[in-house]
Design a protein around this ligand. Structure first.
Ligand SMILES: Cc1cc2nc3c(=O)[nH]c(=O)nc-3n(C[C@H](O)[C@H](O)[C@H](O)COP(=O)(O)OP(=O)(O)OC[C@H]3O[C@@H](n4cnc5c(N)ncnc54)[C@H](O)[C@@H]3O)c2cc1C
Length: 834
């Protein structure tokens, strides 16, 4: 029995030392103290010390080894030095392009999640959504006006082109220069404002959103603003801001898609003639494809690899990736042909050129920036990726929810609004969750970017998670609408998004790559507290300095791992009860506790994965993909809690937050479980499972009743529904397909009581509801409903008939124009092959 007490004390002591990240000497002292107590006879009243058995010998031997490791000289010679050499061999090598990506962005709240002990203060320090008066006026003024003037069907189907009046409007109002500073003639709006403006336009027309998004994302405007020479800024920025130049950004080519850094587009530095003057320039040959705005562009931001064979610039031959500004009408530039991406109407197409000579000062930033292109792109990517697609994906999830919930309330089958059927409640609940989560993450991340962060790992999470969630909402919306969603036409408000969704999934880092390679693999290097320091130490050209840096980072890393092991086990055994909760977390304390607990488990599994897989991490993409999912769930739930607090914890949103939290934690658990179950090393798998799931997988998805409560909130007009779908464009025009939904929805809910009376009368056979009869009038005549109710019901019936109507066409009207006699569309697959 006394031995049992000692064992318990030792376990508690080990937990305490581990979780507090005690130094090694504290472990040695603790261990020696336990040995002494055991052997001194204090437990039995008779001395054991003089007769140590083999266990005692082994114990003191271990204590001696640990004590020796505490001596710096011994530690370095016997442990750190050999380890340094071993780790050098197994750690992933970081290439130049990877290093540029890693050094480019900033580390933010992602590092807190990787630490296993998130500092909630840092999350709360992110400002809530704020706009200046000017930004608010722009959102409510020109942005709404633009939304009102857009007819998505005409754009997508009839014209297959953005109308000139839309181009003129966006240019006139400065939409194309939102990120260009006021100093240079742009609007100089914050990323938060840009995100909301893009989202509102996106909720109306993905095509129009694209033509506004691209000039405000990674491309000439941003690159010139950040790296341009004074002359480039002065010349181009005011012209771009006013739309006198239409930019495009050409990075992707036939052989370099996801792996853009391997581009074959090349420029040789040489002397040449430009406008009659002899000067140093670059002779370019390239082939690019998929370039958005390309066919309409006047200014091409072109990425290519530069070689300087005669060392004219004095910095060696292979200068690396460079970005230049090439006017689209420059001799030799071939541009204007179009791709046809997924039924979209925004301009997109290839461009190419052979032996095109440009002056060296067309390089963005001039001669000094030759070879700096990749760094520039990576630096801008993190911010842009946080804003553009997450804005439209958040707006998409919100407008899909608003329109689909209205339709689900209006459309009846089996005498019941379809949204009230349990089978449809499930997808609707998912849509509620996606709308809340996407907007929460969008708002928090845009605020981070607005205060100067360039969160590379978070931007990757945002890109793949928000677009995937929007894709799920779209599929759910289509299922809910049945045939009404499938048949295209001017009254179909789903098809544009449905057709364009794959574009959002593919661009700015295709989602599979972003999930399985970029998020975790880059995150582990970037956001892990010690890994990148160890790698940098191993790659240090100065061996002595590298060893010293490695020793420090390694010692910290070991105590981090031990702390995670103890912490994860402790918090999982105690159900997260002792997880750290920030101040005033009324109503959210439980979710903070569980987030803390989960972050502990994530830190442990992530850390062991990196340590064991080392350089193999990049190829174990099923593992890294699941870890990316786990990390994403932690980040998204943090954003959900932050949004709820920033909104003043509205009572009506309580159930929605619980829905998001329960499902998020469950998905986190499954991602972690999948990682552990498939981890290639058995002992490590066992250790991970012990610490992360000592009592099994305990999180369950949100129960059905919770989903039901959340869906009820969106099946009637009200503040919760409005908050869930805030910032999107909402039409009140009954001649607009979504405006018609809004008007009908409000009236259908108002007529619910009267409708029930009518339905009952129909069931009882007192009123016959068939074509050719006035069943509402009949019901009023026999006193089932009042005249007022009859009036309202007739109105609802007429409006509903329009809502559920599906467009049909004369066959001649829908014949594709390329089938008209005399028309001959000649498709070309490769520009270079021509
Ligand atoms: C409509 C549209 C607009 C675009 N606009 C522009 C533009 O304006 N400017 C520009 O420069 N580019 C643009 N792009 C290019 C876009 O960024 C690329 O399509 C994208 O980078 C993917 O390249 P890819 O299509 O060649 O696919 P691939 O690189 O061939 O990838 C195919 C699949 O393999 C996956 N994959 C590839 N490598 C890995 C890996 N290592 N690990 C895991 N998965 C991997 C990808 O995720 C993808 O699912 C546009 C593309 C489209 C379709």
């Amino acid at each position: 029995m006394p031995e049992l007490v000692l064992i318990v004390l030792c376990v508690v002591g080990a937990f305490a030392l581990g979780m507090r990240r005690a130094p090694l000497w504290a472990w040695v002292l603790g261990f020696a103290a336990a040995m002494l107590i055991w052997q001194s006879g204090a437990l039995h009243g008779e001395p054991h010390a003089l007769a140590p058995g083999w266990v005692g010998t082994a114990g003191w031997g271990l204590a001696a080894v640990l004590a020796a490791v505490c001596v710096p000289a011994i530690r370095r010679t016997l442990l750190v030095q050999p380890l340094f050499q071993l780790v050098k061999r197994i750690l992933p090598r970081v290439s130049e392009t990877e290093r540029a990506a890693l050094d480019a962005g900033t580390i933010g709240f992602d590092a807190e999640l990787f630490s296993g002990q998130p500092d909630w203060g840092k999350l709360r320090a992110v400002p809530p959504i704020t706009l200046t008066e000017e930004e608010k006026a722009f959102l409510e003024g020109p942005t709404n006006e633009l939304c009102r003037m857009v007819n998505d069907w005409t754009i997508r189907h009839n014209d297959k082109e953005i109308p000139q009046e839309v181009w003129d409007f966006v240019k006139r109002h400065g939409f194309l220069g939102m990120l260009i500073s006021k100093e240079h003639g742009g609007l100089g709006f914050s990323p938060q404002a840009q995100s909301l403006i893009l989202g509102r336009i996106g909720s109306r027309s993905p095509d129009v959103c694209t033509i506004v998004m691209v000039p405000n994302s990674l491309g000439p405007g941003e690159l010139i603003e950040k790296y341009g020479t004074p002359e480039q800024k002065e010349h181009y920025l005011p012209r771009l801001a006013r739309g006198l130049e239409v930019p495009c950004f050409s990075l992707t080519g036939p052989t370099s898609g996801s792996d853009a850094a391997t581009m074959r587009d090349v420029g040789y530095v040489e002397r040449g003639t430009h406008e009659g003057k002899e000067l140093v320039g670059i002779r370019l040959s390239w082939e690019k494809r998929y370039i958005t705005l390309g066919p309409n562009a006047t200014l091409v931001g072109l990425a290519f690899r530069v070689f300087d064979p005669d060392n004219l610039l004095g910095k060696g031959e292979d200068r690396g990736i460079t970005v230049a500004l090439v006017p689209a009408d420059h001799p030799g530039v071939e541009i204007g042909r179009r791709h046809l991406p997924s039924g979209a109407a925004f301009p997109n197409g290839p461009n190419w050129g052979r032996d095109v000579f440009i002056p060296i000062d067309w390089v963005i930033g001039g001669e000094a920036m030759v070879g700096q292109g990749w760094r520039m792109l990576m630096e801008c990517l993190a911010a842009g990726r946080s804003i553009s697609l997450p804005s439209s994906a958040a707006a998409g999830a919100k407008s899909l929810l608003r329109n689909t919930s209205a339709y689900a309330r209006i459309r009846k089958q089996f005498d019941l609004p379809i949204g009230r059927m349990e089978g449809l409640e499930e997808p609707l609940a998912r849509m509620v969750e996606n709308a809340y989560v996407n907007e929460a993450a969008r708002g928090v991340t845009a605020s981070m970017v607005s205060r100067g962060e360039k969160p590379s790992v978070i931007s990757a999470i945002m890109k793949y998670q928000t677009t995937e969630r929007m894709r799920r909402s779209l599929n759910d919306a289509m299922d809910l609408h049945g045939g009404r969603g499938v048949c295209d036409g001017p009254s179909n408000y789903l098809q544009a998004a449905y057709q364009m969704m794959p574009v959002a999934i593919t661009v700015e880092g295709a989602n599979i790559l972003t999930r399985s390679l970029i998020t975790f693999a880059q995150g582990a290097l970037r956001s892990h507290p010690y890994l990148y320091k160890e790698i940098q130490a191993c790659q240090d050209a100065d061996d002595e300095r590298g060893l010293a840096a490695f020793e420090q980072a390694f010692a910290d890393h070991v105590s981090f791992t031990v702390s995670n092991l103890a912490g994860a086990l402790f918090h999982n055994l105690t159900g997260g009860w002792f997880g750290r909760v920030p101040e005033k977390a009324y109503g959210t304390a439980e979710w903070y506790r569980q987030l803390w607990r989960s972050s502990r488990s994530f830190a442990l599994v992530a850390d062991l994965s990196v340590a064991v897989l080392g350089g193999g991490l990049k190829t174990k993409q099923k593992i890294t993909g699941r870890l990316a999912d786990a990390l994403s769930e932690l980040y998204l739930l943090s954003c959900v809690l932050k949004r709820y607090e920033d909104d003043g914890k509205p009572v009506g949103d309580r159930h929605i937050v619980a829905l998001c939290a329960r499902n998020g934690l469950h998905r986190f658990q499954e991602a972690l479980r999948g990682t552990i179950d498939n981890f290639p090393s058995l002992p490590v798998r066992w250790l991970m499972r012990l610490a992360a799931f000592p009592l099994g997988a305990r999180y369950r998805p949100a129960p059905d009743w919770l989903g039901h409560k959340c869906v009820e909130l969106v099946l009637a007009p009200g503040e919760v529904r409005d908050r869930l779908t805030r910032y999107i464009y909402v039409s009140d025009n009954p001649n607009d397909p979504t405006g018609l939904l809004e008007v009908t929805f409000a009236k259908a809910v108002a007529a619910e009581a009267a409708e029930k009376k009518l339905d009952r009368a129909v069931r009882q056979g007192r009123v016959r509801r068939v074509h050719g009869t006035d069943w509402v009038g009949e019901a009023a005549k026999i006193g089932v409903i009042s005249d007022e109710e009859a009036h309202l019901l007739s109105e609802v019936e007429a409006l509903t008939a329009r809502v559920i109507a599906v467009d049909h066409f004369d066959p001649a009207e829908v014949k594709p124009h390329y089938m008209t006699p005399g028309h001959n569309a000649r498709a070309v697959q490769s520009a270079a092959a021509e």
